[in-house]
Write a protein that binds this ligand. Structure first.
Ligand code: SIN
Length: 266
């Protein structure tokens, strides 16, 4: 069996995986090695993977059960597949603000596997990933202590591409999440879905959340992934936030995302 390669993109976050063909059913050791790289590097990248929807679903399913998004339109034949698309007619794109996926659910997804099949001809359309471990570790011990043990309310808001509900789903999560598999701590509030930190006044909560949102934008915590046709990014939603850039209008960018169902965070 050929060993896969794992090449870090930055020392803090991101690694490119080589030597694997994701169209094939993978050996158990290969799945374990990919899982290990995913947990160590938080987001991993693959190139030149020309997958069908079934192969995309089969690859992701080796890492857990798949999630069906409650509010975003999905592929007509594959409810687990979300279509990511922008072109000259788009007024907005999914994911162009920092967020973790679906944190308004009680058990938010553990991760996502996104592949792009069409990229803008003149570049652009990169996705930025920010390490919530690095962001947490850069806070002062006194502020870490203040945040540890606090709880925040997350709620589905008025986001591009989401169906709007009269009673939007909501859920509470720790502000600082201890990753259930690595044991590392990371910031787990995001401007996409977090509404407030419980037990603080509205002003205190807003000020602290604004501070944390600005803090996670520090490029020292980031990796920027420049897509090519048939690239894949697989991120760990428990310790990574991401942002899809939209610097390529009116060009087309197209792809598909499947999402790994969550286990309990609380
Ligand atoms: C998303 O899953 O938020 C979309 C990411 C992207 O299009 O790069």
């Amino acid at each position: 069996m050929k060993a896969i390669t794992v090449t870090p993109v930055t020392p803090r976050i991101g690694a490119e995986i080589g030597g694997v063909d994701l169209r094939e059913k993978l050996a158990e050791e290969t799945v374990e090695r990919i899982r290990e790289a995913w947990l160590d590097h938080q987001v991993i990248f693959f190139r030149d993977q020309d997958l069908t929807h079934q192969q995309h679903i089969a690859f992701a399913s080796q890492f857990g059960e798949l999630h069906v998004h409650p509010t975003v339109p999905h592929h007509p034949d594959h409810p687990e597949v979300i279509i990511i698309h922008a072109d000259e007619n788009s007024r907005q794109v999914a994911g162009d603000g920092w967020h973790s996926d679906v944190t308004f659910e009680e058990n938010p997804p553990v991760g996502s596997v996104l592949r792009l099949t069409e990229t803008p001809p003149d570049g652009g359309g990169a996705t930025l990933f920010s390490s919530m471990y690095s962001a947490y570790e850069a806070l002062s011990p006194a502020f870490q202590e203040f945040l540890d043990g606090r709880v925040a309310l997350h709620q589905l808001g008025n986001l591009p591409g989401h169906r709007q509900d009269e009673n939007p789903p909501s859920s509470q999560h720790p502000v600082i999440l201890t990753h259930p598999e690595t044991g590392r701590k990371g910031i787990f509030v995001n401007q996409g879905f977090t509404k407030r930190i419980e037990d603080l006044s509205r002003d205190e909560s807003r000020t602290i959340l604004q501070y944390l949102y600005r803090h996670i934008e520090n490029p020292n915590f980031h990796v920027r992934f420049q897509w090519k046709k048939n690239s894949i990014a697989m991120w760990d939603n428990r310790c990574v936030q991401h942002l899809a850039t939209w610097d390529y209008f009116p060009a087309t960018r197209h792809g598909y995302r499947v999402t790994l169902k969550g286990a309990t965070n609380n």
